[in-house]
Design a protein around this ligand. Structure first.
Ligand code: KIV
Ligand code: ZN
Length: 512
């Protein structure tokens, strides 16, 4: 049998993924995700869009300085200023730094968005690649909205940028419009009609607007693409991008008919998925392939029986192969620091001493309230104590009085930029009173789009996890908080969202 072709995996969780509504990551969070991508053995990590803001620049620089192994890419438009700024951040990765520059090539984008003639777009593309090549040989060029681009023009641009020195040409399905057979034909057309196509790797970048991002990426691989751009949990602009875990597991599971492979350490997929949810607050739907909570759950008796007799009756891949460990009851009141640390590491959380101490204290407090501590509890502890770092707003205390004959009253004490403030409010129930008090203290006018409370595990002593979605001035954020007391969890979630909103607003100001 002929050898499988290695497909390069380009992860854009930190760039396109961060464009998901509600997702925003600070520099520390991005670095944490990048370390997990390193463990996954990703070929290329797109760490951000350096010119977009000071925060984005710093994040790309930090990832370039700290991550060894994967190549580190930074996105830039096809203009000299963007490219120079991108390289300023990427140079810290040395030869592993990749400049990723793009311009739209479809008639609709050129006419309405760029307001440029095709000849001008072609000229800018070539100029951009040449400038990028003056810094590094590792240059990727993307024809934005490629799947709605006239094929002869697409071929002309691809040929020209390869001639100018691009080592990777990306053919994005920017609006998730194409279908697999059509995408296959586009890649095939380029293979057949671009004379120098073999001098570059063809990359594909699919959006999931019609739910076809993974299927399209597979079709493109079959037509000759050598790199796939994807994100953990499929997050990304609008309906998201090609899901990394799905793509990688398709290649692994169907190697019988797909002669391709990736370098990804698939046992790190579940930890990566959990970590990303913890960091962004974006939950994975339970029925999501590979990493959803039900992906390996067999509900029907007949299935359970089959799996007990022989796993392969209903399991096409093993839970272990994607890093899913049995959710055993791990820890309790008497568990020590060592066991706690070990379990966190198995779940993908590597904490420094200081963070570990904080998380361990919270674990001990929780173990006093709750007999059984599950993996989900540990994720929530890490999220609350380590990840949801209060940048601007911090909750100090809440006291609530409520009952069937009482008007709910909340007294909230917070720190805002280090200064202690306190107020009380009445409300239509204790959560309403608490959120009103926080709104008053923070003078915030964000609209509450969603409030959701869930029990993290079973039992009446379970921790409640609250998720809130806030929107202000077109920016949407998600905040989460957990506690055995749902009023406290609500306050934490709301404050977490306000902190994220303030980071987003700050970044927006910087980019203006
Ligand atoms: O979807 C898209 O076209 C992109 C490019 C910038 C690669 O994200
Ligand atoms: Zn995209």
């Amino acid at each position: 049998m002929s050898q499988a072709k290695a497909i390069r995996i380009f992860d854009t969780t930190l760039r396109d993924g961060e464009q998901s509504p509600g997702a925003s990551m600070n520099i520390e969070e991005k670095l944490r995700i990048a370390k997990q991508l390193q463990k996954l053995n990703i070929d290329v990590i797109e760490a951000g869009f350096p010119i977009a803001s000071e925060g984005d620049f710093e994040a790309v620089k930090k990832v370039a300085q700290n991550i060894k192994g994967p190549e580190i890419a930074g996105l830039c438009r096809a203009n000299l200023k963007d490219i120079d700024r991108a390289w300023e951040a990427l140079q810290h990765a040395g030869e592993k730094g990749r400049i990723h520059t793009f311009i739209a090539t479809s008639d609709i984008h050129m006419k309405y968005k760029l307001q440029m003639e095709p000849a001008k777009v072609l000229e800018m593309a070539v100029k951009a690649v040449k400038r990028a090549r003056s810094y590094t040989a590792n240059v990727e060029f993307s024809c934005e909205d490629a799947t709605r681009t006239r094929l002869p023009f697409l071929a002309e641009v691809v040929a020209a940028v390869i001639d100018a020195g691009a080592s990777v040409v990306n053919i994005p399905d920017t609006v998730g419009y194409t279908i697999p057979f059509e995408y296959y034909n586009i890649i095939k057309y380029l293979k057949d009609n671009v004379a120098n196509i073999d001098k570059a790797i063809i990359s594909v970048h699919c959006h999931n607007d019609l739910g076809l991002a993974v299927a399209n990426s597979i079709a493109a691989i079959q037509a000759g693409a050598g790199q796939v751009e994807c994100t953990i949990n499929g997050i990304g602009e609008r309906a998201g991008n090609c899901s990394l875990e799905e793509l990688v597991m398709i290649l692994k599971t169907r190697s019988d008919i797909l002669p391709y492979c990736s370098n990804v350490v698939t046992e790190q997929l579940t930890p990566a998925s959990r970590l990303l949810s913890t960091v962004t607050g974006i939950m994975v739907q339970p029925n999501k392939a590979i990493v959803g909570a039900n992906a390996f759950a067999h509900e029907a008796g007949i299935h359970q029986h089959g799996v007990m007799m022989e796993k392969s009756t209903y399991e096409i891949m093993t839970p272990e192969s994607v890093g899913l460990k049995e959710n055993v009851l791990v820890l309790g009141k008497h568990s020590g620091r060592h066991a706690f640390k070990m379990r966190l590491e198995e779940l993908g959380h590597e904490l420094d001493e200081d963070m570990l101490n904080k998380a361990f204290q919270r674990f001990k407090a929780l173990a006093d309230l709750k007999k059984e501590i599950f993996d989900e509890d540990l994720d929530a502890i890490v999220a609350d104590e380590v990840m949801r770092i209060p940048d601007k707003y911090k909750l100090s205390h809440i006291t609530v009085t409520c009952g069937s004959f009482a008007v709910a009253t909340a007294t909230v004490q917070m720190e805002i930029d280090g200064e202690a403030v306190r107020t009380a409010e009445l409300g239509d129930g204790p959560v309403d009173a608490t959120l009103k008090a926080i709104r008053k203290l923070t003078k915030n006018k964000a609209k509450l789009l969603q409030y959701m409370v869930e029990a993290i595990t079973g039992g009446t002593d379970a921790q409640g996890e609250v998720t809130v979605r806030l929107s202000e001035g077109g920016r949407t954020v998600i905040g989460r908080g957990s506690s055995t007391d749902i009023i406290e969890a609500s306050a934490k979630a709301y404050i977490n969202a306000l902190n994220r909103l303030s980071v987003k607003t700050h970044r927006l100001m910087e980019s203006l």
